[in-house]
Design a protein around this ligand. Structure first.
Ligand code: MF3
Ligand code: CO
Length: 278
């Protein structure tokens, strides 16, 4: 897995195109999150994201990807990832994960966010927050680690810490991982969300990586549904997913799908971002 396939190193101009794609994805996710209400269907969310991407003159990357039939993935409650939008109505208290990708000038952005609709079960809130923190701790590790294996280690440590703090037992999904991203949505290297025996490739400027932990409120094991897409937890526990696409630059890292480039969250972790020079 690690280090055997070719990594695409990006030029500064290519990273700038990826930033444009990243901002479109950020806007689509913000729009969806701001509009989501009980009674809306998951298809309604898909249409909102599709409109933002079209208005920006960008192309949705999921639509048609290995036959995937929609612009976003909407994964509710025990659905982990790759939920297909449809007639399902959202209900108060649902844990909703929205994953979105867009292409600008051939360059990709990929990001996901989870939230609880309306009044949240505190354990669900803890799940969403633990996943979000794990993602940011994994992103910060891109700035502080020599090798990619540092990301999974940081995510795992973060999740264990969140578990201890909240009293909720979290599982880290292992069957799905983060990935390189650039002229294609999925590129080498894989980015596991747990500590492995492999140190992984050296982290170098020009790499762009999607960091995307998926947590459950129970066991880590998953199954794929009859529709061949929707991934659900084996034990029926609820799940959350957060993702950002990140560029490694000479002067540091830059979170392409975060409106502020990750400045705030990374500052909280003692990491300074390296803004993309105009
Ligand atoms: N965004 C997902 C990922 O992070 C992929 C979505 S699969 C698709 O890897 F088929 F919907 F595109
Ligand atoms: Co991804």
């Amino acid at each position: 897995m690690f280090g055997r396939e070719r990594i695409e190193y990006k030029t500064h101009d290519q990273v700038r195109a990826m930033r444009r794609a990243g901002l479109v994805v950020a806007q689509a996710l913000e729009t969806v999150r701001g509009a989501a209400r009980p009674g809306m269907t998951t298809s309604d969310l898909d249409e909102l994201a599709a409109a933002v991407i079209a208005d920006a003159g960008a192309t949705p990357s999921f639509l048609g990807y290995e036959g995937y039939p929609a612009t976003v993935c909407v994964s509710v409650n025990d659905e982990v990832v790759h939920g297909i939008p449809g007639p399902r109505e959202l209900r108060p208290g649902d844990v909703v994960s929205v994953d979105c990708g867009a292409i600008v000038d051939g360059w990709h952005g990929d990001s996901a966010a989870s939230f609880v609709l309306g009044d949240a079960d505190p354990a669900d809130e803890a799940l969403v927050e633990a996943t979000r923190r794990a993602m940011w701790d994994g992103i910060a590790a891109l700035a502080t680690s020599e090798r990619l294996g540092g990301v999974g280690a940081a995510i795992e440590d973060s999740v264990r810490e969140s578990g201890a703090r909240s009293g909720v037992v979290f599982g880290i999904v292992e069957e799905y991982v983060g990935h390189g991203i650039g002229s294609a949505m999925h590129q080498p290297p894989d980015v596991p969300n747990h500590r492995t025996r492999e140190r992984g490739p050296r982290l170098r400027p020009g790499m762009c990586l999607a960091i995307e932990p998926m947590l459950t409120r129970g066991e880590r094991l998953t199954q794929v549904c009859e529709d061949d897409w929707t991934v659900v937890t084996d034990d029926g526990s609820r799940s959350a997913h957060w993702e950002h696409s990140v560029a490694l630059l000479e002067g540091g890292i830059w979170v392409l799908t975060a409106v502020d480039g990750g400045r705030q969250e990374l500052a909280d972790r003692g990491v300074e971002i390296a803004p993309l020079a105009g």
